[in-house]
Design a binder for this molecule. Structure first.
Ligand SMILES: [Zn+2]
Length: 733
């Protein structure tokens, strides 16, 4: 499901740079042993272990894995998806893991009939599907799903058409100023700029009768570069499938919000499910969109709305009219997660990894590349075990089903195991779009950003021969210059480090992070990837364009494996709460200023800025205490207490009642934006209250954030107290 933008939007780079890079005093975060989290006594063993692991993953194994994974289309809820889950289970078992299937029964539709035709000003049958190419035999596979958006209701609509650019809130405002009204019409929008579920929600809110979403060649087609099968970009017949579930309200099975979708779970009626869209929606290809757009009259659209098709875009409707019919067979369907465990010496702490295995069609990049890499990582860990190594903490590797329709497999499993996860999971590591090209990219909770940078210094980039970290940094500097044509942002230049993204709702980390408060991260290699969620995201595409020799698959397995070993073996878990505190304090200052502009007083915003400053002070105190604990021999009990407390700081940010209007989302500091979807917003309820200039809500949300920060501060203070070297601890080892 994850989608990484071809070019990072400038605002993202600016915000990330401004928030994250404020200059962390090196003495606060650097380990005395040279390896964060490890005592001098354990550093050499850890380095050797990591080196042994990095010798194991190889390109050929990854290629064989991907070939099997992409053997047949394997959409969630189909027998093929079940077959793949069972194959994955056997693979993990062969590596020495204890692996089982976990099944849920979820409300999941498939389309049974789709019809799209232009009625006026002339009749023409549309709804064309993706073209097959002789070069790539799998594109002829009759089992491939048609282009559809999961969770569209059934419907039959004939109405005039209006074009609304990307279908964002701003676009609807502009449309109104152009004099076009969408009520009762079929709205045509293009992919990009926001999650497709948000496009559906906004169309519904504007009383549209139906929504069509198409892929414009300006965004991921011929304007970007050569199209498939001669290049990696989307051909004119390519369709982007995808869910439109309102995951920003809650992800997972729509009928069991907050609880696991077991066979006998109590279920709400579909009419009560707030995550279900209410107007029919369908994705179409650029060639169908060109036919529709060429018949629209009415106002000429603003310059930025003109896409890459060789026509002048109009808002419509004029005389145009379209007939759109879709029938969906809503029913309970079974999905199958694979949960594979490598027990550690201490099973009270878990390092959890995951990716989904369900795909829209063959899913070579999304998610097959990540799964091929996970298997290589698991094989490497298994070989270390065979050589006599035993993990310190238990390693749990998960292959989720039903991610594409709405993060279902991961959400249900987290909902079922939330208490145990909160007690034991020290981190969740996600890889989804594992390899789409050569450019490393990562998103993480601030406490885990530095460990990602550190680990990428240990692995060689197959193309450049430098470390992945150096290539990542160089590419980032290059794209920042490229994106705006001017020198890099000042703060980025001052700190000179590479930014990570924030965690929204684009993949399976969402339930771990937003619902359970488990520190999470998401990693992969991105690139020129124009066939996202189409028939063409297959083995042929990967072999020809994405990673022809599979060396980036092997590199990612080495990164993933090193990351697992760092988290698994650490004496003191390598969380960086100082960086987290800086991020919070910076955002707190920005939001306090906005709240004041929106009418609040200095006194109103003081709890926010004060609590952020106190959290920072607690982080400042904890950092040297942790470094001291790391470098002094401690007893196992003391380390375990400190580590579990350290991992639980993220949970202190959760509120029991959840966010206003969407109680499933518990994290007060991060959530997908209510009108952004995939993208994370910091202090989401407070930002929304500021946006609405609602003084009472602003005061309430400042109170919520301040209490969350106070809870986290108390935990960090307790960490500092527990981390003090004690006489008995020193003598016990
Ligand atoms: Zn995915």
């Amino acid at each position: 499901m994850t989608f990484r933008w071809r070019r990072l939007p400038l605002f993202f780079i600016c915000i990330a740079a401004g928030v994250i890079f404020l200059g962390v005093p090196a003495a606060l975060i650097e380990a005395q042993s040279g390896l964060r989290g490890f005592s001098a006594a354990h550093v050499d063993a850890e380095r050797q272990l990591e080196q042994s692991l990095r010798k194991i993953p190889d390109a050929q194994h990854a290629e064989e894995n991907l070939k099997r994974i992409t053997l047949e289309p394997h959409m969630a809820g189909t027998e093929a998806s079940h077959r793949l889950a069972e194959w994955l289970r056997l693979q993990y078992e062969s590596f020495g893991f204890d692996a089982k299937l976990v099944s849920y029964s979820v409300w999941l539709p498939q389309p049974t009939e789709i019809k799209l035709e232009l009625i006026a000003p002339q009749r023409k049958s549309l709804g064309t599907q993706e073209e097959a190419y002789e070069w790539d035999k799998s594109t002829f596979d009759a089992r491939a799903s048609v282009g559809f958006n999961t969770y569209s209701p059934s419907g039959d609509v004939t109405a005039p058409i209006v074009y609304a650019n990307y279908g964002t809130a701003d676009d609807y405002r502009q449309l109104e100023s152009l004099g076009a009204n969408v009520a009762g019409k079929i709205v045509l929008v293009r992919y990009g700029s926001s999650y497709r579920g948000i496009k559906a929600k906004l169309a519904e809110e504007h009383k549209a009768a139906a929504l069509l979403i198409y892929s414009d060649p300006a965004d991921d087609g011929y304007d970007a570069g050569d199209i498939y099968p001669t290049g990696p970009w989307r051909p004119m017949s390519g369709i982007q499938r995808g869910s439109i579930l309102y995951t920003e309200i809650y992800p997972g099975d729509p009928l069991t919000p907050g609880i696991a979708a077991t066979i006998d779970a109590p279920r709400i009626a579909p009419s009560e499910a707030r995550s279900l869209p209410r107007i029919p929606v369908m994705p179409i290809n650029a060639q169908d969109a060109a036919v529709i757009l060429s018949h629209l009259t009415g106002a000429k659209v603003p310059r930025a709305w003109q896409g890459g098709l060789p026509i002048t875009y109009h808002a419509g409707p004029g005389e145009s009219s379209v007939h759109f019919k879709i029938a969906m067979d809503y029913q309970q369907r079974k999905i199958y997660d694979v949960i594979a465990r490598l027990p550690g010496a201490d099973d009270s702490e878990w390092v959890v990894l995951g990716n989904h295995h369900d795909a829209w069609v063959f899913g070579a990049v999304d998610p097959g590349s990540g799964t091929a890499v996970m298997l290589e990582t698991a094989r490497a860990l298994g070989e270390l075990v065979r050589g006599g190594w035993k993990p310190r903490r238990s390693i749990v590797m998960c292959e989720w089903d039903g991610e594409e329709p709405g993060l279902i497999g991961s959400t249900e499993w987290v909902e079922e195991n939330v208490k145990e996860l909160q007690a034991k999971a020290v981190a969740y590591i996600n890889t989804d779009v594992g390899v789409a090209g050569p450019n490393f990219a990562a998103s993480a909770t601030p406490s885990l950003q530095e460990i990602v940078r550190e680990v990428t210094r240990e692995v060689t980039d197959p193309k450049t021969g430098h470390s992945v970290y150096d290539s990542w940094k160089e590419h980032n500097e290059h794209s920042v210059v490229e994106a705006n044509g001017t020198p890099r942002d000042q703060s980025l230049r001052a700190n000179n480090d590479v930014p990570l993204g924030t965690l929204g709702a684009g993949s399976d980390f969402c339930p771990f992070f937003d619902f359970a408060g488990i520190p999470s991260l998401d990693i992969g290699f991105s690139g020129d990837y124009g066939v996202y969620h189409s028939l063409y995201d297959d083995f042929f595409w990967m072999k020809r364009f994405g990673d022809p020799d599979f060396t980036y698959h092997a590199a990612l397995a080495k990164i993933l494996g090193t990351l697992v070993l760092r988290m698994d073996q650490a004496d003191v878990l390598p969380f960086d709460y100082f960086q987290y505190a800086e991020t919070i304090q910076h955002e707190g200052v920005v939001l306090a200023a906005s709240a004041k502009r929106a009418g609040l007083s200095d006194g109103d915003v003081a709890p926010l800025t004060d609590s952020a400053a106190q959290f920072r002070e607690a982080a400042e105190r904890a950092a040297p205490a942790l470094r001291a604990l790391e470098s002094s021999p401690a007893n196992a009990l003391q380390e375990r207490q400190v580590n579990l407390l350290l991992a639980s700081v993220e949970q202190a940010f959760l509120s029991a009642q959840g966010l206003p209007g969407r109680p499933w989302y518990k994290h007060t500091l991060w959530a997908p934006g209510s009108y952004a979807g995939y993208t994370a917003v910091m202090m989401p309820s407070l930002s929304e209250a500021i946006e609405h200039k609602d003084a009472a809500a602003m005061r309430r949300e400042i109170g919520e954030v301040a209490s969350a920060l106070a809870r986290a501060t108390a935990r960090l203070n307790e960490v500092s107290r527990l981390a003090q070297p004690v006489a008995s601890a020193q003598s016990s080892k």
